[in-house]
Design a protein around this ligand. Structure first.
Ligand code: FES
Ligand code: FE2
Length: 424
């Protein structure tokens, strides 16, 4: 359990909170590159850490992220037009460059007027199929991440985003909880038409052992944990790493980031990458998306736009559960791994209370994550830096291993073990 005070400290990320300030020390995924598919395409409303922004791709293909509200008189720039290498507010036609420079103010005769100020803009990088930004102070700007997928060719990558209507911690909890795979997702594993992809190969055994032995270890970057399921002489071992404050490296070659949009909504990014497989090409791309349900996000109300429709699961629509299917034997009455994970997180409430909870041995990694995040927020509140700030992440891994019973899972991921890892 967590006290209400600690729960607030861990979960809330607006600018006036300690965790919000900790998050503002990191490059953060803002949207997928594919959400801005071409030069001068429609701008996109981006919510991050309780703030509202607009992202656009200018005539030269460069992405800009600005405060959403026009610095003239506050109209939303999400209604604007990308043109002439800028984003034009449709109210009075002011035109802003990606770096916030005011290019035109057509309702002002004095040409010098526009040189007196700039729109608030934020640094941008595009990598791994994701547009990243940085919302913090310039003096805390870290070097960019050195994840192995950064700079990889598009055919090796598959990047997705799901919009989930709950606090980011609730999604992170599910990703640090191996035992739910054997239970919540049991009917998904029993489908007979699952593609023969690594995710299925790596997780199929879980349906035969619902109580894995979980051990967690605090690390310099956050924590990692091992989930061991014993079958005869073999330990089927999954190692997952949590890089504070929001990255998960899971055993199936997926790099994940769970980014707070508001305190009750988050964006769940996944990048599939192992350096070998063509995750960006068919058939692997389609098989991967379809098997877990990521090709149905529109239907589930889990895209940036459909989130605001009745398609999104809520108490009002019974969390989209098909009770007839449940009566007929399906464990959840939900359509896919993705929908089950999202709806179960949402069903707990926008930002759930943790005073009543009773964590079990299977929740050891979750309890460790609470400790890491609280420590990080408190460090920042005391004037220090957050955990994992400016760290190299190049050697960090999740992993899937079949090893003899008794093998120490920590030895399977030597790149995660304590060592000084700073990026220059
Ligand atoms: S409010 Fe945007 S140009 Fe006037
Ligand atoms: Fe799950």
């Amino acid at each position: 359990m967590l006290s209400a005070k600690d729960n607030e400290l861990m979960c809330r990320t607006n600018a006036d909170t300690a965790m919000g300030q900790a998050m503002r020390h990191f490059w953060i995924p803002a949207l997928l590159s594919s959400e801005l598919p071409e030069p001068d395409c429609d701008p996109v409303h981006v919510e991050l850490l309780g703030g509202n922004f607009v992202a656009f791709r200018n005539s030269e293909g460069e992405v800009g992220i600005l405060d959403e509200m026009c610095c003239h008189r506050g109209a939303s720039l999400t209604t604007g037009r990308a043109e002439k290498c800028g984003l034009r507010c449709i109210y009075h036609g002011w035109l802003f460059a990606a770096d916030g420079t005011v290019l035109e103010t057509p309702n002002v005769a004095d040409e010098r007027f526009k040189t007196r100020f700039k729109a608030k803009s934020f640094p941008v990088k595009e990598a791994g199929g994701i547009v990243w930004t940085y919302l913090g102070e310039a003096e805390n700007l870290p070097p960019f991440y050195d994840f192995p997928f950064i700079g990889a060719p598009a055919e090796k990558l598959l990047s997705t985003v799901q919009i989930v209507g709950c606090n980011y911690i609730q999604v992170l909890e599910g990703l640090l909880d191996s035992s739910h795979l054997s239970l919540l997702h049991i009917s998904q594993f029993k489908q007979d038409n699952l593609a023969d992809i690594k995710f299925v190969q790596n997780t199929g055994h879980m349906q035969h052992n619902t109580a894995p032995l979980i051990e967690a270890q605090e690390t310099e970057f956050g924590l990692h944990y091992g989930a061991q399921r014993i079958f005869g002489d073999t330990s089927e071992t999954n190692v997952t790493a949590f890089i504070s404050p929001f990255f998960i490296l899971n055993p199936n070659d997926i790099y994940m980031a769970i980014v707070p949009m508001t305190d009750e909504k988050c964006a769940f990014y996944s990048v599939w990458y192992d350096g070998e497989r063509d995750y960006g090409l068919d058939p692997l791309r389609t098989d991967q998306l379809h098997t877990v349900g990521l090709d149905r996000l529109e239907e589930y109300g889990m895209t940036r736009k459909s989130f605001y429709t009745q398609a999104a699961g809520s108490r009002a629509n019974g969390f989209r559960q098909d009770r007839a299917q449940v009566r007929a034997g399906h464990h959840t009455g939900m359509g896919s791994f993705v929908q089950e994970d999202a709806l179960i997180c949402v069903s707990a409430g926008g930002l759930r209370d943790r005073e009543y909870e009773h964590l079990a041995p299977a929740d050891m990694a979750i309890a460790q994550m609470y400790r890491v995040l609280l420590k990080s927020a408190k460090q920042v509140a005391a004037g220090g830096k957050p955990i994992a700030h400016q760290m190299s992440v190049a050697s960090l891994r999740g992993g899937r291993f079949s090893v003899p019973v008794g093998t120490d899972w920590r030895t399977l991921v030597p790149g995660n073990l304590p060592q000084t890892k700073s990026v220059a």
